[in-house]
Design a protein around this ligand. Structure first.
Ligand code: BGC
Length: 784
């Protein structure tokens, strides 16, 4: 036996050395590897990925190079050369510990634009390119797996983690996540879709029970993940903390096995979200979890006892471990890849800047306020103008970034004059806030982490304090504004907010101080015939209705990553023509959000159940179907040029299996620009109600010179026509007339054409699972 084990180990070692990836991933090899593990090793690999196995000190390895001494992965089972999987957060850049103050040699990582900003590009190629650069850092800094992209649906604009997620629409979220994963994984490292599933709020984030109908799950919450799994084959999926219809998500085999593995063909690894100590480790393993993260001694012991009592079978462990082994054998560290520790950060900064500029959305531009002429002197108001919020907090932040370009610095480096006394005033104000410790850090300190982990209930009080700090703007008296006005040609105001794990930071109303600042600056500058521009440096949907009439221009800059200030100025000057469009609807007021009445759940003080009563009516699906006005609609965004749409053609006026749609877009304005074209489909209303229209395709033109045209193509398949019928648990396309709407936004429909589906089609029958554990009446347009 010993001889056999030795031979197996030697064989694996030889393969690792020759780098024969094909043979490594061969099932027989994996089975042999698993068969040679002890029971303790098997449990140890599942709980915390070897955290409780005696790791070997790599510095003691023979012939260890300096880089090997730095390896993030640990050698867990030396006789088989099995290492832990080196993993790291998070969605906008590798999020590792910050550099010590003053350090210049530290391995810095790029802070790319956050996901909502990337979503606003609607540009799959650009997002893939960001993924390629990002994944290169993952590889070259010696990691195997990155814990992103996060793609939970923006159910409600308050959700604190929306900045980490993409959109209110599953097609946009799914397609862009797939592009991100394809870019990342082109480096040989792995990506992790998270947080699966229905993780749409931060209040009681670890324990709330999301009660969601089967139809809303299939059409909205599962759909983005389905697209990403099918189109990019991520190496991992992280389950969510919360419960779904009565069970914690990592404990639901119907979700993990029936839907994702069987229906979608997922071949990767499942891990839990971190430190779910309150979960049931045995139920998780039985449901198919491959790595319980971060993993506790209790969980280890629970599995051990269950194996002893025979309530858990060793075969189940073996079956799960196949996925761990597959991941490991395909990982750079197990293939002995030698990372450079020197990715091209300058090149990546350029990509971050380009992506940030392309995601910015011009919401308003009256009186030709923009683009700005660089010969001007600008008065730059708002503390955020001097202290860019590049990303949110928590695991979604990028602690190891080297710099953040502020809007003020971006303006100066582009050649604008700014008012130096004003700069001094704001800089001192920020310093004062820092001294008082109320400028929030860009990362969790150990104290935050500790608090974060204890109960996972309501947001701890200090998080609320930090929230206030982000909006703690200083008031500027009219007299001072008038003085600044006399010294400048125009005014710019940046308003900022951040947030992240553990609290709902989104859609916080503008404060009175901010409101007064916008109002007073606009009054003073407008009476002198000068313009005012507002830049929004926020993570997601924001309240605009109460003040948007005052300024001449409004630019949504999101949380745009480390190059944010440069990117803002690229747009302000017209060096880049804005081409971003909103991935979310901006409501007129919070009360009109379809989930406002049921967010964040019941009972309000400490919600245990969150009823997704709006059902399929999330975002524009609601506003458009119920005719509820918005401040800015889904898909909206302005340009410095204009586009004509023409020649809409359908491949047939009768649908059979597929339909090709083409349209021509012409730049009819004076400057070069890109246009995002959206395809909405209005399906026939039959026995089940449907939103009046749904996004079924989108495309972005190249940079079109004035007068230039481009033909864009879309393909509709049977699934594009289908709705989910829970009663028969199937995707069904109803016979009847369908209208194709080619649009510049969900409300700006430019061209229409119709086709007919002669017969009903049952597109796909699926597992009849995930039935809600409460009776719940969902929103309907045809309510009794
Ligand atoms: C977050 C995950 C993150 C993990 C590891 C959790 O609290 O929800 O998104 O990847 O921590 O940092």
């Amino acid at each position: 036996m010993v001889v056999i084990l030795f031979l197996v180990a030697a064989q694996i070692l030889i393969q690792a050395c020759t780098g024969n990836q094909q043979a490594k991933s061969d099932k027989n090899q994996i089975d042999a590897l698993i068969a040679s593990l002890t029971l303790e090793e098997k449990i140890g690999m599942i709980v915390g990925d070897g955290k409780f196995l005696p790791a070997v000190d790599l510095t003691a390895e023979k012939n260890a190079d300096v880089f090997i001494a730095n390896r993030n992965s640990k050698l867990l089972i030396p006789r088989l050369s099995i290492r832990s999987t080196a993993l790291t957060d998070g969605p906008a850049g590798i999020n590792k510990s910050p550099a010590p103050e003053g350090d210049t040699e530290y391995a810095y990582t790029t802070a790319f634009p956050t996901s909502t900003c990337l979503a606003a590009t609607w540009n799959t190629g650009l997002v893939e390119n960001v993924g390629r650069a990002f994944g290169n850092e993952v590889l070259e800094y010696d990691y195997d797996l990155i814990l992103m992209p996060a793609l939970n649906l923006h159910r409600n604009p308050k959700c604190g983690r929306n900045f980490e997620y993409y959109s209110e629409d599953p097609l946009l979220s799914g397609k862009l996540s797939a592009s991100m994963v394809n870019g990342l994984q082109s480096n040989g490292i792995g990506a992790t879709l998270k947080h699966f599933l229905a993780n749409n709020q931060e209040t009681n984030r670890r324990k709330y029970n999301a009660v969601v109908s089967q139809r809303a799950l299939r059409e909205l919450y599962l759909r983005g993940f389905e697209i990403a799994v099918r189109e990019s084959h991520p190496k991992a999926i992280m389950t969510a903390y919360n419960k779904l219809n009565g069970f914690y998500t990592p404990e639901i085999p119907e979700l993990l096995q029936d839907i994702v593995r069987e229906e979608w063909g997922f071949k990767g690894l499942y891990m839990t979200d971190f430190d779910m100590y309150y979960g049931d480790a045995v139920a998780q393993v039985r449901a198919g979890i491959n790595m319980i993260m971060g993993g506790s001694r209790d969980e280890y012991n629970e599995l051990k006892t269950a194996l002893k009592n025979k309530t858990l079978d060793e075969n189940t462990l073996d079956e799960n471990l196949v996925y761990n082994m597959k991941l490991k054998l395909s990982s750079p560290s197990m293939k002995a890849y030698i990372p450079s520790l020197k990715p091209d950060l300058e090149a990546h900064a350029k990509i971050a800047r380009e992506a940030a500029a392309e995601g910015m959305v011009l919401l308003k531009n009256e009186n030709s306020a923009l683009p700005l002429n660089k010969d001007q002197t600008l008065a730059v108001f708002g503390k955020t103008s001097y202290d860019l919020i590049a990303f949110g907090t928590g695991s979604g932040s990028v602690r190891s970034h080297k710099y953040r370009v502020s809007v003020n610095d971006g303006l100066k480096s582009a050649g604008f004059n700014v008012l130096t006394d004003m700069e001094k005033d704001y800089t001192e104000y920020i310093e004062k806030l820092k001294r008082e410790n109320i400028v929030p850090p860009y990362f969790d300190t150990p104290k935050h982490r500790k608090d974060n982990d204890i109960k996972g209930n309501q947001s701890p009080p200090h998080f609320k304090t930090r929230l206030v700090a982000f909006s703690k703007e200083q008031g500027v008296p009219i007299k001072k504004i008038s003085k600044y006005e006399s010294e400048s040609d125009a005014a710019l105001i940046t308003l900022g907010r951040s947030g992240g794990e553990n609290y709902e930071n989104g859609y916080l109303p503008i404060t009175q101080v901010e409101f007064n600042l916008v109002r007073d600056v606009c009054d003073v500058y407008h009476s002198a015939g000068k313009k005012v521009i507002v830049v929004l440096n926020v993570g997601g949907v924001w309240e605009t209705a109460s003040w948007r009439d005052s300024p001449d221009a409004i630019l949504m800059a999101w949380q745009p990553g480390q190059e944010g200030g440069h990117a803002v100025v690229d747009i302000l000057t017209g060096a880049v023509n804005p081409s971003g469009k909103l991935p979310d609807s901006f409501p007129l007021k919070y009360e009109t959000v379809p989930s406002a009445g049921s967010f964040p759940g019941e009972p309000a003080e400490n919600p245990t159940n969150t009823f997704y009563k709006e059902g399929i009516y999330v975002g524009y699906r609601y506003y458009d179907s119920f005719d509820v006005p918005t401040a800015y609609e889904f898909g909206y965004g302005m340009s410095y040029t204009s586009f004509d749409y023409s020649d809409l053609e359908l491949s047939s006026n009768s649908f059979s299996s597929k339909m090709q749609v083409t349209v021509t877009v012409t730049n009819s304005g004076e400057v070069a620009g890109k246009e995002i074209v959206q395809l909405y489909l209005a399906a026939p209303q039959t026995e089940i109600e449907k939103p009046v229209q749904e996004l079924k395709g989108f495309a972005k033109t190249e940079l079109l010179q004035p007068g230039d045209s481009q033909q864009l193509s879309f393909e509709l398949d049977e699934r594009s026509l289908a709705s989910f019928w829970s009663g028969i648990s199937a995707w069904k396309a109803d016979r009847g007339d369908y209208e194709v709407r080619i649009a510049a936004s969900s409300k700006d429909i430019r061209l229409k054409a119709s086709f007919n589906l002669p017969n009903d089609i049952i597109v796909e029958e699926v597992h009849n699972v995930l039935y809600p554990n409460f009776v719940m009446e969902e929103m309907s347009r045809f309510s009794k």
